[in-house]
Design a protein around this ligand. Structure first.
Ligand code: ATP
Length: 218
C-alpha cells in the first residue's frame, strides 16, 4: 500500500461532513511540502466529541471517498475504524510510524483551531516522537501568533529561524503552513442544513448530493 510513498501527510478529523476547508488544507500541505500522498483519516470515535451525537462512520467515510474521487494525491484511510475506544491521534501516529518505518517523512496536518487544544490531547508530548507537524495559519494572521501558541505549549520547543520551524526535544519539527482557509466548518454546514440554507458552495457537489439522498443533518 505504501510502495513509492516517501512523504506522507495525515489529516485527522471528524469530517462530519468533509468540506472545502479540509480539501484546501490537504492540498496546501501536499503542494508546499511536496507530499506523495495525504491521507484523510476519519475518527471512529472522536475523543473530544464522546458526549455528542456523531454521524455513523460509514456515512462520514463515504462522503470523504466522494470528495476525494478526483484528487489522485489525496485518499481516505480507514485505519481508525479498526481500533476500539476513542480514536486518539497518538495511537494512530504510533501505528503509522511502525508500519511505514523510520525513513518515511510523516507530517501531521492540523488547523490552528485544533492546534490550540493540542496540549490536552492524550500523551501530548509523545505525538512529537512519530511525526512532524504542519500547522495551518491564515496568511493574514498576526505576526508571532503561532509563536505565542507554541511558547505556551509544554515541552520546550526551540525556534530555528534559518528553516522557519520549531523543534521539540523528541526531535519532531513543527512548520507553519500558510493556507487560504475557507471560512467554513462542519458545524456551520450542519446548522445551515437544519435551517434549510444553501450549502452548495461549501463542499463538493457529490457530497451535497449524498447528504440530500441520505437526509443527513436534518
Ligand atoms: P466541527 O465544526 O464539527 O468541529 P471542523 O469543520 O472543525 O468540524 P474537523 O473534522 O473537526 O472539522 O477538522 C479536521 C481538521 O481540519 C482540523 O485540524 C481542523 O483544524 C481543520 N479544519 C477544519 N476546517 C478548516 C478550514 N475551514 N480551514 C482550514 N482547516 C480546517
Amino acid at each position: 500500500m505504501t510502495a513509492g510513498l516517501d512523504r506522507i501527510g495525515v489529516l485527522g478529523g471528524t469530517f462530519d461532513p468533509v468540506h472545502n476547508g479540509h480539501l484546501v488544507l490537504a492540498q496546501a500541505a501536499r503542494r508546499e511540502f511536496a507530499l506523495d500522498r495525504v491521507w484523510l483519516i476519519p475518527a471512529a470515535q472522536p475523543p473530544h466529541k464522546l458526549d455528542e451525537p456523531v454521524t455513523p462512520f460509514a456515512h462520514r467515510a463515504a462522503m470523504l471517498e466522494l470528495a476525494l474521487a478526483d484528487q489522485p494525491a489525496l485518499a481516505v484511510n480507514r485505519m481508525e475504524e479498526q481500533r476500539p475506544g476513542p480514536s486518539y491521534s497518538v495511537d494512530t501516529l504510533r501505528e503509522l510510524r511502525a508500519r511505514l518505518g523510520p525513513a518515511c517523512a510523516l507530517y501531521f496536518i492540523i488547523g490552528s483551531d485544533a492546534f490550540v487544544e493540542l496540549a490536552s490531547w492524550k500523551n501530548f508530548s509523545d505525538l512529537f516522537r512519530y511525526a512532524d507537524f504542519l500547522v495551518a495559519e491564515r496568511p493574514d494572521s498576526a505576526p508571532g501568533q503561532l509563536n505565542n501558541l507554541i511558547n505556551r505549549l509544554p515541552g520546550g520547543f526551540k525556534y530555528d529561524s534559518e528553516h522557519n520551524r520549531w523543534t521539540h526535544p523528541h526531535g519532531a519539527h513543527l512548520y507553519p503552513l500558510p493556507v487560504n482557509a475557507f471560512l467554513v466548518s462542519s458545524t456551520t454546514i450542519r446548522r445551515k442544513i437544519r435551517a434549510g440554507e444553501d450549502i452548495s458552495r461549501l463542499l463538493p457537489p457529490p457530497v451535497a448530493a449524498y447528504i440530500r439522498k441520505h437526509q443527513l443533518y436534518r
